[in-house]
Ligand binder design. Structure first.
Ligand SMILES: [Zn+2]
Length: 199
């Protein structure tokens, strides 16, 4: 291509690796960076490195945090008898927005997907089991995405956790099938939590 430069192409290539960014958008973003002031670009670059250097995973719930344990795990007002299992950190944000849930979370880091080679050992399932050894958890809410992978994970976890004796529930099926918890509106998610059913 003669109408562009090597460094613009390189940057566009990096943007294109991000989820939801096609080649066209990647080029548009790269050209937009050119229009920004040098200070703004430096700030953006620093923020990218910062997030990588500072953010770690909570040793209890595996959510993202800058201090370990995270703010939710170390909050004494949260109900310790209730653990809500989700796939990704953005699911925690979605549920927190409903102001409906006062327990703790456990972030699996994904869902079971044999086709993509993601098995139980690739998720924070071992860490989840460890949480039941020295705490008094009464209920585990499985709040996984309403798609094939989320369903498979819900089934797997309910079978794994049932023998441990606590109540296992899953969020109600009011969420659009095939979608992502992240995109559910607060009212729908709130209802799904409220109407959770035993598995
Ligand atoms: Zn935590």
């Amino acid at each position: 291509m003669y109408c562009t430069t090597e460094s613009v192409e390189q940057l566009a290539e990096q943007f294109a690796q991000l989820p939801g960014i096609g080649r066209k958008t990647a080029h548009r973003l790269a050209l937009y960076i050119l229009k920004m002031s040098r200070d703004e670009v430096v700030l953006l670059a620093k923020s990218l490195v910062n997030v990588k250097d500072k953010v770690k995973y909570c040793s209890i719930c595996s959510n993202i945090t800058e201090s370990d344990p995270c703010a939710i795990c170390s909050n004494t007002k949260r109900e310790r008898s209730l653990i809500c299992v989700v796939e990704e950190p953005h699911d925690v944000i979605a549920i927190e927005k409903t102001h409906e849930f006062k327990g703790l979370y456990h972030v699996l880091g994904g869902a079971l997907s044999p086709l993509d080679g993601i098995g139980p050992d690739d998720l924070k399932i071992k860490e989840l089991l460890q949480r039941f050894s020295n705490t008094t958890v009464e209920e585990v809410i499985l709040a996984l995405n309403p798609n094939v992978e989320g369903e498979a994970t819900t089934l797997y976890l309910s079978r794994l956790l049932k023998p441990l004796g606590m109540k296992i529930t899953r969020i109600a099926r009011g969420l659009p099938v095939g979608s992502d918890l992240e995109f559910a509106d607060e009212a729908t998610l709130s209802k799904a939590l409220e109407g959770r059913i035993a598995v």
